[in-house]
Design a protein around this ligand. Structure first.
Ligand SMILES: [Zn+2]
Length: 267
C-alpha cells in the first residue's frame, strides 16, 4: 500500500514522458545543428562551398588559425595557395609590393629601406602581416627567421607547416633551359617548350635571351642562401611536430591532395 504523498511523485509515468520527448527531441536537434555550424566547423564548411574568409571581419580577441608554406621561389607554393580555399593568402612579397604601390605609411617606410638596399626590419613586416589577419590565414614567405617564428607563435595558432622541398639539380636544369623574349616577355624552355624557329620568339620573331639570374652559378648560390636562411625555421617547426615535407616535383594535383588531407584529416 502506497503512502498518499507518493502518488504524484516525479518522474511522471511512461505515458506522460512521450509528449515531453516529442517537445525536447527537436529542440536538441536544433541545438546540435547550430553547434556544428558554428566557428569550429568553418574551415570545412567554407572550403566546400568555396567562399572566401576575406569577407569575414576579424574579431580583435580571436586567435587566427594559420597554415604556413615554406619553399624557394619556383617551388609551386603560389599554385597551391590558389588551390587552398577558405584561407586568406598572405604573401609578404605581395603585401610589400601592394603597400608600396598604394603609397601607404608602411609602404613608404619599406620603400625607403629597400631603396637603400637594406633588409626590411621584422617589426615592419609583422605590423603588415597583423593588419591582414583573418580567422584562417595562409602564410607564404613568412616566417623566414627564428625571431619571426617566435613572434608568430604568440599571435596565431599554427595548425600545419608545409616545406616544399625542391631538387636543386632539377631546378637548375629547368631554369638554365629557360629563354625569354625581351620584347613580348614570352617564356620558353629549350627542352620542354622550345620555340618553333631556334632562339627566336614565336610571337614577334625577336631573338630570345637568357636572363642573368637564370645562370647556373647564380641559381645555386641563391638556393644555398635560401636553404641556410630557412633551415633553423624548418627545424623549429619539426621539433613542434607541425612540419610536413612535400616533394615539390610531384604534380600540382598530387601535392594539393596531400595538403588537403593534412589540413582536413576527416575528409
Ligand atoms: Zn616575343
Amino acid at each position: 500500500m502506497k503512502h498518499p504523498s507518493q502518488k504524484r511523485a516525479f518522474p511522471p509515468n511512461f505515458f506522460f514522458s512521450i509528449p515531453l520527448f516529442l517537445i525536447f527531441a527537436p529542440l536538441a536537434g536544433i541545438f546540435f545543428w547550430a553547434e556544428i555550424n558554428s566557428s569550429a566547423a568553418e574551415p570545412l564548411k567554407y572550403n566546400y562551398i568555396k567562399h572566401s574568409f576575406d569577407e569575414i571581419p576579424m574579431k580583435k580577441e580571436a586567435t587566427p588559425q594559420a597554415v604556413i608554406f615554406i619553399g624557394p621561389p619556383g617551388s609551386g607554393k603560389g599554385t597551391q595557395a590558389e588551390k587552398l580555399k577558405g584561407y586568406r593568402h598572405i604573401s609578404t612579397g605581395d603585401l610589400l609590393r601592394e603597400e608600396i604601390k598604394k603609397g601607404s605609411k608602411i609602404g613608404l617606410s619599406c620603400k625607403e629601406i629597400i631603396d637603400k638596399g637594406e633588409m626590411v626590419p621584422d617589426s615592419l613586416i609583422s605590423d603588415l602581416i597583423e593588419s591582414h589577419f583573418s580567422p584562417h590565414i595562409l602564410l607564404d614567405g613568412y616566417p623566414r627567421t627564428l625571431n619571426q617564428a617566435r613572434w608568430l607563435d604568440e599571435k596565431v595558432k599554427i595548425s600545419q607547416v608545409f616545406s616544399f622541398e625542391v631538387n636543386v639539380d632539377k631546378l637548375v636544369e629547368r631554369l638554365t633551359n629557360r629563354r625569354v623574349c625581351p620584347s613580348c616577355k614570352g617564356v620558353y624552355n629549350l627542352v620542354s617548350k622550345p620555340p618553333i624557329k631556334p632562339f627566336t620568339c614565336d610571337q614577334c620573331a625577336t631573338p630570345l635571351i637568357q636572363r642573368a639570374d637564370d645562370v647556373e652559378t647564380v641559381i645555386r648560390n641563391r638556393m644555398r642562401v635560401y636553404q641556410e636562411e630557412t633551415a633553423p625555421v624548418i627545424e623549429f617547426y619539426r621539433q613542434k611536430g607541425l612540419l610536413t615535407n612535400l616533394d615539390a616535383s610531384q604534380t600540382p594535383d598530387t601535392i594539393a591532395d596531400l595538403i588537403h588531407k593534412k589540413i582536413f584529416p576527416s575528409y
